[in-house]
Design a protein around this ligand. Structure first.
Ligand code: ADE
Length: 467
């Protein structure tokens, strides 16, 4: 991932990011920092980049020309003519949080614009900025320390930057609760023992102890977060009253990937935190329209994908979000605790080197999405005599999918083996396996039933953003 920083003080940015984990990631090349000095782009013969403020007022303002030319030079370096997310650091922006870090970590290139003095000429901000971001309700002398903080938080989410990917999964703000307390040797220090549960070696007990402590700590230190957690749990209980129809939404909450955008007796709107996919279920068309309109009024962005649980939402979704119906599926849910029997098969996790093969056999999504799934370790291949014969994956919102067996290998039970494997894997994590099936795909419906999944009576509808 490449971080481009437009600044008058490049050394503040490079020095702030040269040590520890981020320094090592820079050396390894997992991330790159391109600190661009705005002063190098001024057309002023005295190298001036700022001037007085029209209408009066204290201080000086960064001029539009050098900022714009510095920005253009970064775009030219990236090439491809893509729109690049450009963050302007300002106390007037949206407050930075972990969800934003996760979202921004998906980008290949990010541009940060650091203001100094009283700020930057509004006209150039209008031209280049896509995101106004603040670190909090206080004022810094410039955007550089804020850019360093944001880059640190984003970079550590880039695969390969931290040694242990799991530590990202369990830390504060990744889920809904603060992290539980942790201990290392010695077992007794100043008379204080490490809690007994943690020494028990009983994984279930340890998990429960940690969850309980995380809840207590959150309730005490961050009552605001705890209230949001309770609201999500209540929402999940209500969704599970129609388990087969709403399992995807309930699982999104359970797997700590959901942001609750709206919930009352009339409907629920959730957002998957990483991909931004929306999920909506409502009692009536009027409620659906009201919920989506308030989502937009609060600055909500139209996502790439949305799933709705009611057919009558088509008109509303087209009208409010300008999204187009792309498919209609049945939801299949594996409700048992025990996994189906599995035969010993050669199933392996697939890496990014399999992108071409996946693209050749699976055309329901685009290249970037498949690469994301491969890089996240979410795709598994079945091998026959050391040759790939098919694959299955976990979609971004948690469903099992992409099941494909290559033509020469069909009718040998490989599809059953792949899906049984995914069910096992999902149950092992303590989650409920589910997937979406096209009703007309009789072979797939039959496979789900054979494996013991139940089909919801009601369908789900998928919508895509109009490009
Ligand atoms: N620049 C000045 N103050 C700031 C803040 N609080 N957050 C981000 N950028 C800033």
């Amino acid at each position: 991932m490449n971080f481009h920083v437009l600044t008058l003080f490049p050394e503040l940015v490079t020095a702030g990011l040269s040590g520890s984990m981020i320094g090592r990631a820079l050396e390894k090349g997992s991330i790159r920092i391109n600190a661009v000095n705005i002063r190098d782009f001024t057309e002023d013969k005295h190298k001036k980049t700022d001037d007085y403020i029209y209408g009066g007022g204290a201080g000086l303002l960064l001029q539009a020309q050098p900022v714009y030319d510095a920005y253009k030079s970064v775009l030219a370096g990236i090439g491809g003519g893509r729109k690049i997310r450009t963050v302007y650091l300002t106390p007037q922006g949206r407050t930075f949080h972990q969800g934003m870090a996760q979202e921004l970590a998906q980008e290949e290139d990010l541009i940060f614009l650091c203001g100094h003095y009283e700020g930057v000429d509004e006209r150039v901000l209008e031209q280049v900025v896509t995101d106004y971001v603040s670190l909090g309700d206080f004022v810094l002398t410039g955007g550089e320390p804020a850019a360093v903080v944001m880059i640190d938080a984003i970079a550590r989410l880039v695969p390969g930057v931290l040694h242990n990917g799991d530590s990202v999964m369990e830390e504060s703000f990744s889920g809904y609760l603060l992290e539980y307390p942790q201990y290392t040797r010695p077992e007794v220090w100043m008379g204080e023992r490490v809690p007994e549960a943690l020494l028990s070696g009983d994984h279930k007990r340890i998990r429960e102890w940690r969850r309980q402590k995380a809840k207590e700590r959150t309730r005490c230190r961050r009552p605001d977060l705890y209230a949001a957690y309770e609201a999500l749990m209540q929402c999940r209980r209500e969704l599970l009253q129609n388990k087969l129809h709403h399992m995807d939404m309930a699982e999104l909450i359970y797997r700590e990937k959901a942001e609750l955008l709206y919930h009352d007796r009339e409907g629920t709107l959730l957002r998957e935190r990483k991909s931004g996919t929306l999920m909506i279920t409502v009692k009536s068309k009027e409620a659906g329209e009201r919920i989506l309109e308030s989502f937009l009024a609060q600055g909500g962005e139209v996502p790439k994908l949305l799933t709705a649980k009611q057919a009558f939402m088509e008109e509303v979704i087209e009208k409010c979000l300008h999204m187009t119906l792309s498919s209609c599926d049945l939801q299949a849910v594996y409700t048992r605790k025990e996994a189906p029997p599995i035969k010993q098969q050669d199933i392996r996790q697939l890496g990014a080197e399999y992108l071409e093969v996946l693209l050749a056999h699976y055309d329901l999504t685009d290249e970037a999405y498949l690469l994301d799934r491969l890089s996240n370790g979410a795709v598994f291949g079945i091998f026959v005599d050391n040759t790939l014969a098919g694959f299955i994956g976990e979609h971004a919102e948690g469903s099992m999918g992409m099941l494909t067996v290559f033509p020469a290998y069909r009718r040998r039970g490989l599809g059953t083996a792949l899906e049984s494997f995914m069910i096992h894997r999902t149950l092992q994590k303590g989650y409920t396996p589910f997937g979406y099936v096209v009703e007309e795909n009789k072979a797939s419906v039959k496979l789900q039933e054979k494996l013991g999944l139940y089909m919801a009576k009601e369908k789900v509808w998928w919508y895509e953003k109009n490009m």
